[in-house]
Design a protein around this ligand. Structure first.
Ligand SMILES: [Mn+2]
Length: 413
């Protein structure tokens, strides 16, 4: 005996099929119509533009391609989510960071994307910027997750660039990762070290050092796997030779204010031994504001150097008043405006990769999206800087070529 609903469903199917057949005389189905380009264009004009609050959530309404399964898809800048959060020491939840940042980026659109602080619209310039979706990182096994992220970054970063401008400059596509906890910086640096064939310099915004010697987490339960965590990520990178750090080419932390281990400055000594320069959150007062912090950073990098730089922004660099939704909040941080101004002040750096990490929206409270909004703005500033630096590189390269040509002409005279 069939259940009653099956009989009703079967009956409904036959009745609707009969109706479709009966109505067949009204013309061929729309799917078989031959659409002209003009008609398609008219549809695009009527329905193709999204409001900030409409549409499927991608970063800044950018085109979404799952780039890892589409190897022929080219881009100049990839935005990719790494929803990994099983390397945290306090609040978990940054696996929901990428989707929160995408949602909070909704008011960014290419047609209203002009960045008045930078003087360009990164979405309407030479670079093809794609939302490449997420790396499907396992939450079950951190060793596998590390391999997955490394492989994904390397695959995306070795792809040919989309624009002739990038190709002209012989540059690889740039990667901007939405975290995820800070652990993801290790696979990113491993991949970039291989892609660029040399160690990188890091500009690291954070309340914390993240160069903690793993042995400083006290435990009777010895574990090699536990070394890979969000507080030791740059210590590991230093040990692996991924960082260029030495006295003349240091990496830089900015926004520090964390408590240290034990009862001395031992953590700072470990940090200095790995070639880092430290700028504290309080320095924003002593250096005369955000511009002074930016100047100190540029001074440490030696100006607008060609050295490949990885920019890593832990959103906890902001005060919990501005970014409460994060893994390890520390009172006494910068305002969002101060961070934006520091980022604008260092736009001359050669950013080959970047991340915005530790956005844990569950702690944002009240649905106001404060932390994710800040993170989305940081990504916007990073994109602006990457696109702008590309323009500078192009101008410089063509000037150099002209100079060489003129030089040759002079030689002939
Ligand atoms: Mn941190």
């Amino acid at each position: 005996m069939l259940p009653g609903y099956v009989i009703w469903l079967t009956l409904a199917y036959y009745v609707s099929s009969a109706l479709v057949l009966a109505c067949g005389g009204h013309g061929s189905p729309q799917t078989q119509k031959e659409w002209t380009q003009d008609e398609i264009d008219a549809l695009e004009e009527k329905w193709g533009v999204d409001w900030g609050f409409t549409g499927i959530s991608t970063f800044a309404h950018l085109e979404h391609v799952k780039c890892l399964t589409m190897p022929t898809e080219l881009f100049d800048i990839a935005i990719v989510g790494a929803p990994f959060d099983t390397g945290v020491t306090y609040r978990p939840g940054a696996r929901f960071g990428p989707r929160a940042i995408r949602a909070a980026s909704a008011r960014q659109t290419s047609f209203r994307g002009f960045n008045p602080r930078a003087g360009i619209n990164p979405y309407q310039n030479w670079a093809r910027i794609l939302d490449c979706g997420d790396i499907p990182v396992t939450p079950m096994d951190n060793a596998v997750a590390l391999r997955q992220m490394t492989a994904a970054f390397e695959e995306l970063g070795t792809r040919d660039p989309a624009s002739s401008a990038s190709a002209y400059l012989q540059q690889r596509p740039r990667l901007v990762t939405l975290g995820g906890d800070h652990s993801l910086a290790l696979p990113a640096l491993r991949a970039l070290r291989r892609i660029h064939g040399r160690p990188l310099r890091v500009l690291h915004f954070d309340a914390h050092l993240d160069t903690w010697h793993p042995a400083k987490y006290p435990s009777a339960w010895a574990s090699d796997q536990a070394r890979f965590n969000h507080g030791s990520v740059f210590w590991l990178a230093g040990e692996e030779g991924l960082l260029a750090n030495n006295a003349s080419k240091p990496s830089v932390h900015a926004g520090l204010r964390t408590r240290l281990s034990g009862d001395d400055f031992g953590d700072y000594e470990d940090d200095s031994a790995q070639g880092w320069v430290r700028i504290a959150a309080d320095d924003v007062d002593d250096l005369g504001g955000a511009a002074g912090v930016a100047a100190r950073i540029m001074d440490a990098f030696g100006g607008s150097t060609d050295d490949p730089v990885y920019l890593s922004v832990d959103i906890d660099v902001l005060d919990p008043a501005f970014a409460p939704g994060t893994g390890t909040p520390e009172p006494g941080g910068w305002t969002t405006r101060e961070l934006i101004r520091v980022l604008r002040g260092v736009e001359g750096l050669n950013l080959v990769g970047a991340d915005v990490v530790e956005v844990a929206p569950a702690y944002d409270g009240g649905g106001g999206e404060a932390t994710a909004l800040a993170a989305a703005q940081v990504v916007f500033e990073i994109l602006s800087s990457m696109v702008k630096r590309g323009l500078v590189d192009m101008a410089r390269t063509s000037t150099r070529e002209e100079d060489e040509e003129e030089g040759r002409v002079k030689d002939e005279l």
